[in-house]
Design a protein around this ligand. Structure first.
Ligand SMILES: Cc1cc2nc3c(=O)[nH]c(=O)nc-3n(C[C@H](O)[C@H](O)[C@H](O)COP(=O)(O)OP(=O)(O)OC[C@H]3O[C@@H](n4cnc5c(N)ncnc54)[C@H](O)[C@@H]3O)c2cc1C
Length: 295
């Protein structure tokens, strides 16, 4: 099948993008890397009358660390985020997640903003943004609006972005101290969307107890989720191996996944249990290694 016919325009600035979106309404769509939009158009799941190409907009590219946040512009390509020394230093969890995203060819074109706006419930970057309490900056012709990642994802392929808004940048809080993180997933083949993914980030205080924690799952609900019951149980604790095992079971009991043609609900629950345990164990191990390195 081929895409329905459409008009095409290349925008030069965020201001121009917003003007075009305001003028042409909901039938216009931004195109970034095209890695999700083009297949959707080819299958006629979406039929925009106007494609607004945002690839030349310089304000939508770049990575910078500013006080307590790592800022990544919406149009930054995934391979640039993968290769960034700033991301590695200040927010390595984003790179750990990107390791699982598609293939080098898709990451060469795909962008952070495109992945978040596409909002596949099993996608890795939406999970990381929810895990790390990222703030997403949106802009329309009237001004800017900041939305917490926890409120951005509403349903599969549905977000809080309005048709007249552009995703401008994402702020990831930088954690300090002895921080460890881990991202695991199971997918049918390497590079496929995950059946289930799990991520954990843990910070330890000087006594080796957990001072900050975030645990999340993808592919088990309509949007990526945090597992707050596990976070509450871990905070302040000593993180013994047996405790992590029990907490992984608690996480699996907390979720209510649905079955589909890729996996049954029970299989997803069991995979979530295994992956959460792995993610917690690896995150604790990395945080302890960092403690040792800094003492
Ligand atoms: C073979 C293959 C395997 C893949 N595997 C994975 C995987 O394992 N995990 C994964 O997460 N993804 C996967 N993807 C999808 C890929 O990561 C895409 O890069 C991503 O989902 C969309 O990014 P994009 O920049 O290509 O966006 P596009 O396809 O250009 O756009 C996607 C949507 O976002 C909107 N949009 C884009 N940028 C903005 C912006 N700045 N503001 C507002 N709206 C915007 C578009 O209008 C469109 O609705 C795969 C894709 C392919 C082709």
């Amino acid at each position: 099948m081929k895409a329905a016919s459409f008009d095409y325009v290349r925008a030069g600035s965020i201001g121009e993008i917003c003007e075009l979106l305001a003028e042409h309404g909901p039938m216009s769509k931004l195109i970034a890397g095209g890695q999700s939009l083009v297949p959707m158009m080819a299958m006629r799941l979406t039929k925009p009358s106007l494609l607004i190409d945002i690839n030349e907009v310089k304000e939508l590219k770049g990575i910078s660390a500013q006080s307590d946040n790592l800022i990544i512009a919406g149009g930054t390509r995934q391979h640039q985020i993968e290769a960034s020394s700033e991301v590695k230093r200040f927010c390595p969890m984003v790179q750990k997640a990107l390791f699982w995203v598609g293939h080098p060819q898709t990451r060469n074109r795909g962008t952070l903003g495109g992945s978040l706006v596409h909002a596949d419930p099993a996608a890795e970057l939406p999970l990381v943004s929810v895990l790390l309490d990222a703030e997403i900056l949106l802009q329309d012709a009237d001004g800017e609006e900041s939305v917490a990642a926890s409120e951005f994802f509403l349903a599969p392929l549905v977000t809080a972005l309005r048709p007249d808004q552009c995703l401008v940048r994402v702020s990831f809080p930088i954690w300090s101290g002895a921080v460890g993180g881990s991202f695991h997933e199971v997918s049918p083949r390497r590079g496929d969307f995950a059946i289930v993914s799990a991520a954990a980030q843990i910070a330890l205080d000087e006594a080796g107890n957990c001072s900050r924690v975030a645990v999340g799952l993808g592919g088990v609900a309509a949007t990526p989720i945090r597992v707050f019951a596990v976070e509450e149980a871990i905070l302040g604790g000593g993180l013994a191996k047996t405790q992590l095992h029990e907490l992984a079971r608690l996480a699996a009991d907390e979720i209510d996944p649905e079955g589909d043609l890729h996996a049954s609900a029970e299989y997803r629950r069991e995979v979530a249990y295994v992956l959460i345990e792995r993610a917690l164990t690896d995150a604790v191990q990395e945080a302890r290694a960092r403690m040792g390195a800094s003492s």
